[in-house]
Design a binder for this molecule. Structure first.
Ligand SMILES: [Zn+2]
Length: 163
């Protein structure tokens, strides 16, 4: 047990947040931010490190990330000053980003934060999108709640090959 405790202590002492995106790293800047193959024109905004890892697992996204450290919440007393929104704006300007993807979840607080960021970036000439919501892969319609079905219907996409 003591060996394990020492190993954990040692790991915790060398891991710190990336100075750019706040991902966990043992260096100043994380592997994703350092990787020259990542698309610097695209930034995906997430709530925390576990959301970044969930998206990385898909291997479907090749841009950069920005971890906010939370979402706006009246109940928890989290306002814009508690989130790293200034860092996000600075990086968009530094890289000349053309795309911001909001991946902040479908909760009320996540949606409110997405709207806030969209408004904040309105005059920056950057395309802002958010993850689609709707029917999960393998989902049957008769098991869906009304909110999910309504959102899926509104966010419907054209079938490839149709006119
Ligand atoms: Zn980073």
């Amino acid at each position: 047990m003591l060996d394990l405790a020492r190993a954990l202590e040692q790991t915790a002492s060398i891991i710190n947040p990336c100075v750019k995106c706040h991902n966990l790293t043992s260096e100043a800047v994380c592997d994703i931010c350092q990787n020259p193959d990542r698309d610097r024109l695209s930034i995906c905004v997430v709530r925390d490190v576990s959301d970044l890892w969930a998206l990385e697992r898909t291997r479907a996204y090749r841009g950069l990330y920005h971890i906010l450290g939370g979402v706006l919440s009246a109940i928890d007393g989290i306002g814009p000053d508690q989130l790293d929104l200034a860092g996000l704006k600075a990086r968009i300007d530094e890289y000349g980003c053309t795309e911001v993807i909001l991946a902040l979840g479908a909760t009320v607080d996540g949606q409110a934060t997405s709207h806030y960021i969209t408004e904040m970036l309105k005059d920056r000439g950057v395309s802002v999108s958010r993850l689609a919501q709707g029917v999960p892969v393998g989902g049957e319609l008769d098991y869906m709640d009304d909110g999910t079905l309504i959102t899926a219907l509104r966010a419907r996409g054209k079938m490839a090959g149709s006119s």
